[in-house]
Design a protein around this ligand. Structure first.
Ligand SMILES: NC(=O)c1ccc[n+]([C@@H]2O[C@H](COP(=O)([O-])OP(=O)(O)OC[C@H]3O[C@@H](n4cnc5c(N)ncnc54)[C@H](O)[C@@H]3O)[C@@H](O)[C@H]2O)c1
Length: 321
């Protein structure tokens, strides 16, 4: 297939592209490199440095080749930042998605896989959260993604653009070729590993009074390769599962203190940390129920927390870029 990947210079997009490239697909990457890196774009892909909010430039990228499908990962995706700068998140995540769908409509591209998020759920009403859990985002980032999901539904009804939306929980881990290399890293596992490697000061643990067993926030960490594999399965089944939303997680939640302890155990180095006030917009616990992806896509996570930490550690020791 000819597949256009937005955000293919970013963390998850580079691994999705890596897997699709291995399967022989022809790839076009659209990314403006605001958070991604040119070196993360897989070698065989045609690359367009384009901001999705620039509709004429995006149209030009679409005009370069016929396309069978789009995988849409480009977004602003930092939860605490979205609380402070909500307009930037709505502008990028909602307008960018509208422009992309407009180009798809104009060019008759009828398949899209969308990167949504567990942040659509908000504070847990029950755990683990399945796809029927109430959708009450507690930060503008989650709200912007939920709006995108609705826009996709409307475009499917109006234009016949078939979509699958994946609500990723916490992506982590690396392959040998691609990993997390953000200019400013805020995700827990890379931050913890960098502390253990002596590359940064104490880890700040935001909040110790959540209603969780040890009082720190609980998240479901999913290996980035498992996420990428779900995209391959969804591409093959998109005509059967169009219009569906799937959680991608493992069903196991780990608290911040458990992640710090697991990294210390695997690396045989204590991780230094200190407590800091809870951040607005952080739900106490996001843990996925993933039966739907298993039943309809034949997908289950194959990697556990140790794999995630080991692969991420190898990447941080010797990143390819
Ligand atoms: N990392 C996670 O744990 C996680 C969890 C849930 C959902 N997601 C979603 O997965 C997707 C990828 O996340 P990631 O962690 O790889 O983030 P990332 O920041 O590493 O990658 C996003 C990429 O999109 C690009 N981008 C952003 N806005 C753009 C625009 N307007 N035009 C062109 N390119 C643009 C950035 O330059 C970057 O390369 C995002 O949509 C995010 O919301 C991520």
């Amino acid at each position: 297939m000819n597949i256009l990947i937005t955000g293919g210079a970013g963390y998850i997009g580079s691994v999705v592209a890596e897997l699709l490239e291995q399967q022989g697909h022809r790839l076009v990457v659209v990314d403006d490199l605001r958070d991604g890196q040119r070196a993360a774009v897989v070698p065989s892909a045609a690359f367009h440095r384009v901001d999705l909010c620039d509709l004429p430039a995006l149209r030009a990228a679409f005009a370069c080749q016929p396309l069978d499908a789009v995988i849409h990962l480009a977004a602003s995706a930092n939860v605490p930042d979205s609380v402070v700068n909500p307009l930037a998140y709505y502008a990028n995540n909602v307008q960018g998605t509208c422009n992309l769908l407009e180009c798809m409509r104009e060019h008759q591209v009828k398949r899209i896989i969308f990167s949504s998020t567990a942040a659509c759920y908000g504070d847990p009403q029950y755990l683990p959260m399945d796809e029927k859990h109430p959708l009450r985002p507690v930060n503008p980032y989650g709200q912007s993604k939920l709006m995108d999901e609705q826009i996709l539904r409307d475009c499917m009804a109006a234009y016949g653009i078939r979509f699958v939306a994946f609500r990723y929980f916490c992506a982590a881990g690396a392959t040998a070729a691609h990993g997390e290399s953000r200019k400013c890293e805020t995700h827990l596992i890379p931050v913890v590993l960098d502390q253990a490697l002596g590359k940064r000061d104490k880890v700040r643990v935001f909040g110790r009074e959540f209603p969780t067993p040890d009082g720190t926030g609980v998240r479901d960490y999913i290996h980035v390769l498992d996420i990428a594999r779900a995209h391959v399965l969804a591409l093959a089944r998109l005509d059967q599962v169009a219009g569906e939303v799937f959680n991608l997680g493992t069903g196991a939640g780990y608290s911040v203190l458990e992640i710090i302890a697991a990294a210390g155990r695997l690396l045989q180095t204590p991780v230094q940390f200190e407590f800091a006030p809870a951040r607005p917009g952080d739900p106490p616990n996001l843990t996925a129920a993933c039966a739907k992806a298993q039943q309809q896509l034949g997908w289950t996570a194959q990697h556990g927390l140790d794999d995630i930490i080991r692969s991420a550690h190898a990447w941080r020791l010797a990143p390819a870029y």
